[in-house]
Design a protein around this ligand. Structure first.
Ligand code: ZN
Length: 682
């Protein structure tokens, strides 16, 4: 499972991290971290702090694992649609050999289209799933293809330029052909109407029946059926084409295995070596039982500094949720930031004992969950260029309950979002005055991270249900109430003197940055993610509005929080921070009571009264102010580049990391160096 960029990272950028500009460093950050912007996308850069301090062996390990990560790139393109590799390679040939005016509007449109294909690993929007509409004409593309030496075209079988165009053009230009990568519309054949390449020649009913027949309801440790194969009908027979060495995608998988073997040779310890060798065995056999063995070894390996994901992992790209897209992430533990989460977890009992909730609803013995903070070294496959900022694996339920799971947050990616947002004008537009801007500039990143840590490590784990209360008693309101509870726990404690005592916050002022951004977001700026006329639906957004509107209303008599208008623009003002903290505590006590007693009626009343409805006038104003800032709703990253330095004897003596590469430059290099699959993989 991943905390994806939309559900959380966008929230992060809007909520906690749109740092104001105003100082020199901020301006510089902005230039370094923002690479470019096109369509609805923004390309950012992240850096890899701490890489230089790793041992040579750890650097070597990361180097081999990052090569294994890049080697799988084409797999995802083909999984996302059977013509994606043909289209990408053809467009790259046109793009690099074009001899006309590069400012020609049609060429510019082709460039944007190609960049979108690179970004989405195919011709469909990475989030919306709809097919891109090209801004250039069929005629323009046909003319450019005609000018190319035919050897540059990614032809298959006995195709020539003309027959190639006949196959590919409807896929690019005809809105009726492959309109959606994943179709979830109720009542349609989701397999036949989805453009993804996980099924060929089978209907949804046939696919479901095929896997139903394999399942044994008595099996307590079932494998993840269908995870690593395409389901096809050949000669009237439905069968799996397994992604493994010697099977489908063997060209790329052999490369991955080759690099994993090198990684195995420099593993940090025996546990990690076993993880890598079992993964290799799985890639060789395609045996899903071996995949479970690997997952268990991986989840148990908690001591290694370097860690990685490499394989068929998440199933969001399959309308039936069985087949996994290929992805990779190589990372190492951020020891400093992990100390922060460990310190919080170590004091979990203190926080539980001192919380403002009624003692009958408190846990007598609380266990903090220690999520580690990691530094990403490379992103690949379905984590590139758009990435998750939090990952929790493995996905198999029985492994999670018997062996646990690893939960990570990617610190340097969150940091890059924060830095890139500095000086983007967001705070200049929405924050009330310099006083608040300065607070946010100085403490915003720190208290934002702390709030997230308190939310994840303590908030969700705090409190208890009274005996006999059904955990699902709050029904559809359950997840909003749960998120509200975790957020309030974090808000209440981010202002606690205990945090200063533990050295987690520098002073008794810092928390104000989080209070201000939280209220500004909950009362106002999170509305930028909702279309005019719609209400608040997503649980995290509901929870934030619930909290913000409740404290606004309850503190109105004392003017704790005010909404003011200045020169026609609306702003949030906080007059009394200590009183605001008290209100957070009161609401936390009430929310915990609702949860502990399963009080459905009150849950419903709070959510419906505070969390759902939107003031249409304020909404329109916020959208208009946001539109003028020209910020992109979707973001992704270029990777750093790693280079192995060798001595005369060919021994690796260092690994250099550099950050200069541009987006197109990186994509073209990857296409040149990591194309290990045929254009058509039928
Ligand atoms: Zn949560």
């Amino acid at each position: 499972m991943k905390t994806n960029i939309l559900s959380m990272a966008l929230a992060t950028t809007v909520l906690a991290s749109c740092g104001g500009a105003g100082n020199e460093t901020a301006g510089k950050d902005n230039l370094i971290y923002n690479v470019e912007q096109f369509a609805d996308l923004q390309i950012l850069r992240y850096d890899v702090p701490g890489f230089e301090e790793l041992s040579l062996k750890q650097k070597e390990l990361i180097y081999y694992l990052s090569e294994a990560a890049l080697a799988g790139r084409d797999i995802l393109f083909d999984q996302n649609g059977k013509y994606n590799l043909a289209i990408r390679r053809m467009l790259e040939a046109v793009y690099t050999h074009y001899e006309g005016d590069r400012n020609d509007p049609e060429f510019k449109e082709l460039e944007v289209y190609l960049k979108r294909v690179w970004f989405s690993n195919g011709i469909h929007h990475h989030y919306g799933m709809e097919k891109f509409v090209p801004g250039f004409s069929e005629n323009f593309l046909r003319t450019q293809i005609g000018k190319l030496d035919v050897s540059l075209l990614p032809l298959s079988g006995d195709e020539n330029a003309e027959t190639f165009c006949n196959v590919i053009f409807p896929v690019i230009f005809d809105p009726q052909v492959m309109p959606k990568r994943v179709n979830q519309a109720d009542g349609e054949d989701l397999v036949l109407t989805s453009a993804c390449n996980y099924y060929d020649g089978v209907t949804q009913q046939e696919a479901e029946a095929f896997y139903q027949a394999l399942k044994d309801p008595e099996d307590q440790t079932p494998v993840s059926y269908g995870l690593n194969s395409r389901l096809v009908k050949k000669d009237g027979k439905i069968q799996e084409e397994v992604w493994k060495v010697g099977g489908l995608y063997t060209g790329a998988i052999e490369q991955i295995v080759g690099w994993l073997e090198k990684a195995e040779g420099v593993a940090e310890n025996e546990a990690q070596r076993a993880v890598i060798s079992t993964l290799i065995a799985y890639y060789r056999t395609g045996d899903l039982k071996t995949f479970d063995d690997y997952s268990i070894l991986w989840v148990r390996d908690l001591d290694s500094r370097v860690d990685f994901i490499n394989g068929f992992t998440e199933t969001y790209g399959d309308p039936l949720g069985m087949k996994a897209s290929w992805e990779s992430l190589v990372n190492f533990k951020d020891k400093e930031a992990t100390k922060r989460t460990e310190l919080i977890s170590a004091n979990a009992q203190w926080f539980e004992d001192h919380s403002p909730v009624d003692s009958q609803f408190k846990k007598e013995e609380v266990k903090g969950v220690s999520a580690k903070v990691i530094t990403a070294a490379i992103l690949a496959g379905d984590l590139y260029p758009a990435t998750a900022i939090g990952i929790n694996l493995p996905n198999a339920d029985w492994i999670r309950s018997r062996h646990g799971s690893k939960s990570v947050t990617i610190g340097n990616i969150t940091d890059a979002y924060n830095k890139a947002a500095r000086g983007n004008g967001f705070h200049e537009e929405f924050v009330y005055s310099d006083t608040e801007k300065q607070l946010i500039d100085t403490y915003g990143d720190l208290t934002g991270n702390l709030h997230t840590d308190l939310h994840e490590c303590l908030g969700h784990g705090s409190g208890k249900l009274l005996p006999g209360v059904d955990p699902d008693a709050l029904k559809a309101y359950g997840s909003t109430i749960e998120e509200t509870r975790a957020d309030l726990f974090g808000l209440y404690y981010v202002a606690d003197p205990k945090l200063v005592e533990l050295g987690l916050t520098p002073n008794s002022e810092a928390y104000k940055a989080e209070y201000y951004t939280f209220l500004m977001n909950g009362l106002m700026t999170q509305l930028v993610r909702i279309e005019l006329g719609n209400e608040v639906e997503e649980a995290h957004m509901r929870n934030r509005q619930l909290i913000a509107r409740w404290v606004y209303e309850k503190g109105a008599a004392d003017r704790v929080v005010e909404i003011v208008t200045r020169e026609g623009k609306t702003y949030v003002v906080i007059n009394d921070y200590p009183k605001l903290r008290q209100l957070f505590g009161e609401l936390l006590a009430e929310i915990q009571r609702i949860k502990s007693t399963g009080d459905y009626d009150q849950a419903r009343a709070l959510v419906e009264n505070y969390a759902v409805k939107v003031d249409p006038q304020l909404h329109a104003e916020v959208l208009e102010r946001y539109r003028k800032l020209n910020l992109s709703p979707y973001k992704g990253f270029v990777n750093p580049r790693y280079e192995a330095i060798r001595n005369g004897a060919g021994e690796l003596t260092d690994v250099k990391v550099s950050y200069e590469e541009g987006f197109a430059e990186q994509m073209l290099r990857y296409s040149r160096d990591y194309s290990f699959l045929p254009t058509r993989n039928d």
